[in-house]
Design a protein around this ligand. Structure first.
Ligand code: 5GP
Length: 217
């Protein structure tokens, strides 16, 4: 019998140390541990793409990428959906759009969400929208974005987030599609940054004090 996995919970015990996988050389001394290796991200992204295609068979769909942190997950997810479209009997027509928000400085939330770049979102009117985000921490950013998106009267809005943090600061918001649930620590890599550094790190890692000091603003 097959069981549907809703999301994968990553615990502290499952962590790999940086010696267990090949780490981008210039960040070797700046991370505490590898939380999610790239191979596992790939497998999970493929599964999420299948679930999304199954749920949105009606289409067409607009994939709305939240920049910058979401770009890697967005690209990989779109690739998986493209592969499913070309292999399956059914296919989901997709277009893409991008939005840029900013809420963090160093590893602290500024408490405000700024939309610092977006296209004309009136194109979302009447469309099925899939928002693709890197991480949901408190959930405030996504709740604010969803309120903004409703002004453009989309037919439906769903959210796919690669990561969700287990944190006491959570507003209780849960995305429709979750890749991994992770501990309450500041993570970098796979396009997630610390002051614009670490986006080029291959795996998702926990930053250490050395990294925080080295790349502080
Ligand atoms: P929230 O509003 O849910 O508290 O925060 C969401 C945003 O904060 C994310 O889109 C991301 O930009 C940033 N963020 C939250 N936690 C982390 C983290 O552990 N690492 C990185 N790089 N960004 C984070």
């Amino acid at each position: 019998m097959w069981y549907e996995i809703e999301h994968i919970i990553v615990t502290t015990a499952k962590r790999l140390f940086s010696g267990d996988v090949l780490l981008t050389k210039h960040y070797e001394d700046d991370v505490k541990s590898v939380l999610i290796p790239k191979g596992l991200i790939n497998d999970r992204t493929e599964r999420l793409a299948r679930n999304i295609c199954r749920d949105v068979s009606k289409g067409p769909l607009i994939g709305l990428c939240v920049l910058k942190g979401g770009y890697q997950f967005f690209g990989d997810l779109m690739d998986c959906i493209r592969t499913i479209n070309s292999n399956g009997e059914q296919s989901v027509q997709m277009s893409v759009d991008f939005i840029r928000l900013k809420s963090y400085e160093d590893d602290q939330s500024s408490g405000e969400v700024k939309i610092i770049g977006s296209d004309d979102l009136s194109s979302l009117h009447g469309k099925h929208v899939l928002v693709v985000e890197d991480i949901v921490d408190t959930g405030l950013t996504m709740q604010k974005l969803l309120t903004t998106l409703q002004k453009f009267k989309p037919a439906s809005v769903k959210v796919a987030s690669l990561l969700v943090k287990r944190t006491p600061r959570s507003t209780g918001y849960r995305p429709d599609y979750i890749g991994f649930e992770i501990p309450d620590e500041f993570v970098v890599g796979y396009a997630l940054d610390y002051n614009e550094y670490f986006r080029d790190l291959n795996h998702i890692c926990v930053i250490n004090d050395n990294g925080k000091k080295k790349y502080a603003t």
